[in-house]
Design a protein around this ligand. Structure first.
Ligand SMILES: [Zn+2]
Length: 322
């Protein structure tokens, strides 16, 4: 077995362009201006204008000219890599590190490993996280699958008092994450403003199929939501009941709690400075790794390719670091 880091697209810029082209254009190049898939010219050896830093200019990899509209483009165009001063092979490195680390990777670690500035590392991490958000997918639990639902508190709401006594641990003072996990399938998490039925119900109804069997703990808000689904079973965690058998059915929320245990360890160890306004992006990152995990037959490399595929076409308007 050879190291995946030997893949040329992690170190060679031309190879990185080739790899991205395979992902973005599986059926050959497409002009982003006019949609032409036919006549196209590869412009080899073109360099950027000389600058102080690069007196001979930089080679423009993967440059093409459309035979129809005569405009020039590369595969970066229209992706989050567009206009990025960061070399493409470094994006592959960052995507791999983010995809292969179970609990995530901090901006500081990316900064040290990739040799980019901390600001650039932070920017790359968030762009990659944003690319992993998968809005608008089919609801979980279609075909009668089992979906476990739970929520957890994560971090203090900005401006909330630091010490709030007994109540400090609950929502109202803390950010709340809601997570839906289909057994044997994907996870989907949301940053919600609280645990009211009005807040949780629309999210759950929009993301879980009505024919799903749902399992939750005995929190007060679940009965009214649960009646909307094929079945709703609960475990009484307050009485230390974690698993209950009902015929051949296993009633538990262990799957979603397993998800949270990885999420919590990551947030505590890696992303302890996670700002409230980015919580949804960190959730997307943990969802992505969970939904593309080894147990589902997705290895680190395949996960990276899937992340890059998800990146294509997505835009995020952070200000670019210099
Ligand atoms: Zn064209």
């Amino acid at each position: 077995m050879t190291s995946v880091l030997n893949e040329p697209y992690f170190s060679d810029e031309a190879a990185a362009f080739e790899r991205l082209e395979q992902i973005v254009w599986p059926n050959g190049p497409v002009c982003p201006f006019c949609g032409n898939m036919g006549r196209m010219y590869a412009l080899n050896g073109v360099r950027t204008k000389p600058s102080k830093k690069h007196p001979e200019g930089i080679v423009r990899h993967g440059l093409r000219k459309c035979g129809e509209c005569r405009k020039q483009f590369t595969v970066r165009r229209g992706t989050i890599f567009e206009d990025s001063p960061i070399p493409l092979h470094q994006w592959f490195q960052a995507a791999y590190l983010l995809c292969a680390s179970k609990k995530g990777i901090s901006a500081n670690q990316l900064h040290r490993t990739l040799g980019v500035t901390l600001q650039t590392a932070w920017f790359m991490g968030h762009r990659l996280r944003e690319a992993k958000r998968d809005g608008g997918l089919a609801p979980l639990g279609g075909g009668g699958g089992t979906v476990e639902i739970d929520e957890t508190v994560q971090g203090r709401i900005e401006g909330a008092p630091k010490s709030t006594g007994k109540m400090g641990g609950r929502s109202g003072y803390r950010n709340v994450a809601l997570t839906l996990v289909e057994r044997g399938g994907s996870a989907r998490s949301f940053h919600v403003t609280g645990t009211t039925i009005a807040e949780l119900k629309p999210v759950i109804l929009a993301n879980v199929a009505r024919e799903a069997k749902i399992m939750t703990d005995q929190a007060a808000w679940y009965p009214e939501i649960g009646v909307e689904f094929a079945s709703h079973d609960t475990v009484n965690l307050a009485r230390d009941e974690y698993v209950r058998r009902d015929g051949d059915r296993m009633i538990s929320t262990n799957t979603v709690e397993g998800y949270y245990s990885i999420f919590k360890r990551g947030m505590k160890g890696i992303y302890q400075h996670c700002g409230e306004k980015h919580l949804h992006r960190y959730l997307a990152e943990f969802d992505f790794r969970y939904s593309n995990r080894k147990a589902l037959g997705v290895g680190d490399n395949e996960r990276t390719v899937r992340a890059i595929t998800g990146i294509v076409g997505k835009r995020l308007y952070y200000r670019q670091p210099a």
